[in-house]
Design a protein around this ligand. Structure first.
Ligand SMILES: Cc1cc2nc3c(=O)[nH]c(=O)nc-3n(C[C@H](O)[C@H](O)[C@H](O)COP(=O)(O)OP(=O)(O)OC[C@H]3O[C@@H](n4cnc5c(N)ncnc54)[C@H](O)[C@@H]3O)c2cc1C
Length: 459
């Protein structure tokens, strides 16, 4: 006999646990299934550990720069990677235990540890048991995509998950993939003291962003001694004694790089390959992401997909917002939708990039008449006071409606400052609201009104 529930949640990423809390709060008998660690990617092998490591790397960087601030450290700066990892583990443990205890002690919730697989539109198998529910929620997330590279079966490689166990300093870390995950690790390990080479097959880093952003990010990384090899179209790897050889065969530069360790950071794949989507009749796209509508319902009534697995977002905040959308529609008579969401994300190199809305390329494609303001961080007093003047701020405005269409803040505090623009975008207010605001001195944000007072036609 199947065990009957009102709702089953598969996966405990960023939407599963709050969703379980709401479902049980609504009096629904709920089951939640997790096959690995409670809290999923962000808590265990994503945001939390990487940002903790980024903080250690920044401490190392600032210690090395001490002299420029008149802080003399008489002796070499030494990085103890075991301590770096222990600090990271402690922060992760706290978050992981928080989610674990929350779920285990949630009234009305039954927790299953094991792989959940759909066997029909309303049935799930886990750990030899058959569960049944009218409502099923998929929050199974993604994992590192392992590309089909020639020679990959002959070499050891790291992913964002396995690099979390590293408690030593790789002598030369080669990172394949010049996007968000790869670049955070690149700067971090360079600051820890590794030689680092980023290999990217495209002609620039973080290609979904604007060219000026990509170029400045490259300058920042190269300025710290990381090497960047672009246009690596014909990638391959091979073992060479104790080293790993990465064939890049770029048009320029040496055709091969030798390193001590290899990190693959070339994207993510959805955890749907063994989820039983076919058995349940749930539609997925060519890459395996679950197809959902604007309210996150799958092609099967009574089944929803939330978080990265639906391909509509790839961030913790988008996954959490998915939980808000689903519960608003189910319980609050509030028709929240995915398309209400404004694109926003950050790249946590130092200084960070905060992004909101459209890029210049998207704006050009839209054909809208627009204005643009741009200011280099060298003009920002707060940045000069901190001797951290890399980067720029850029804002795109609709010339007719005066609405902010997009922004990129690449510079100190960029991950926070972007919200002053994002919130005005959500308020659907004209940019003049911020332009006339009086901001606190001395901050980076105080220059946003100045920047908005100096707009030029966007060509
Ligand atoms: C290195 C790295 C850094 C990142 N940094 C950031 C950042 O700074 N900011 C940000 O917003 N985002 C960041 N992300 C992305 C972020 O981690 C994800 O967007 C976020 O975790 C949302 O994921 P999710 O809710 O879709 O599911 P996930 O967090 O991926 O969790 C899914 C869970 O489902 C479980 N599961 C899967 N299949 C099954 C099954 N069949 N049965 C049972 N359980 C199953 C998995 O074990 C996992 O625990 C980062 C990602 C990585 C890899």
């Amino acid at each position: 006999m199947p065990e009957r529930f009102d709702a089953i949640v598969i996966g405990t990423g960023q939407s599963g646990p709050p969703l379980a809390h709401r479902l049980t709060g609504e009096g629904l008998r709920t089951a939640i299934i997790e096959r690995k660690r409670f809290g999923g990617t962000c808590v265990n092998v994503g945001c939390t550990p990487t940002k903790t490591l980024v903080a250690s790397a920044r401490a190392a960087h600032m210690a090395r720069r001490g002299e420029a601030f008149g802080v003399m450290i008489d002796g070499p700066i030494r990085i103890d990677m075991q301590r770096v990892k222990a600090r990271k583990d402690a922060v992760v443990r706290q978050s992981n235990e928080g989610v674990t205890n929350w779920l285990r002690n949630m009234p009305g919730l039954t927790v299953y540890e094991g792989h959940g697989r759909l066997t029909g539109p309303h049935t799930v198998h886990v750990d030899g048991k058959r569960l049944e529910a009218e409502r099923i929620f998929l929050n199974t997330g993604t994992r590192a995509y392992i590309p089909d590279l020639p020679g990959l079966d002959q070499v050891d490689y790291l992913t964002n998950a396995s690099i979390m166990d590293v408690d030593y300093l790789p002598e030369h870390l080669i990172i394949i993939g010049g996007s968000y995950i790869g670049l955070e690790f690149a700067q971090m390990y360079r600051r820890f003291g590794s030689r680092v080479t980023v290999v990217e097959k495209g002609d620039r880093l973080i290609a979904r962003d604007d060219e000026d952003v990509s170029a400045t990010v490259k300058d920042i990384l190269e300025g710290e001694g990381a090497e960047v090899r672009l246009n690596a179209q014909c990638l391959g790897v091979a073992r060479q004694d104790a080293q790993v050889a990465v064939q890049v065969r770029c048009e320029t530069g040496t055709p091969q790089i030798l390193g001590s360790h290899l990190l693959l950071a070339v994207g993510r794949r959805p955890n749907t390959d063994d989820l039983g989507l076919d058995a349940a009749g749930i539609e997925s796209d060519a890459r395996g992401f679950v197809v959902v509508d604007d309210r996150l319902q799958t092609s099967v009534p009574g089944v929803w997909a939330l978080g990265d697995v639906n391909g509509r977002g790839a961030f913790t905040h988008t996954s959490y917002n998915d939980y808000e959308i689903v519960t608003a529609n189910l319980f609050d008579d509030d028709t929240r939708r995915v398309t209400d969401r404004i694109t926003a994300y950050a790249l946590y190199i130092d200084p960070p990039l905060g992004r909101a809305g459209m890029t210049e390329r998207q704006l050009r494609e839209s054909g809208r008449k627009a204005l643009m303001g741009k200011m280099m961080m060298t003009r920002v007093g707060r940045a000069r006071e901190r001797s951290e003047t890399q980067g720029f701020m850029k804002v795109l405005i609709d010339a007719e409606t005066q609405r902010i269409l997009g922004a990129a803040i690449l510079g100190i505090g960029g991950d926070e400052i972007i919200h002053s623009l994002l919130d005005v975008m959500y308020a659907d207010a004209p940019y003049t609201v911020i332009q006339r605001a009086v901001h606190i001195h001395p901050t980076v944000t105080e220059l946003i009104p100045t920047l908005l007072g100096d707009l030029r036609p966007f060509e």
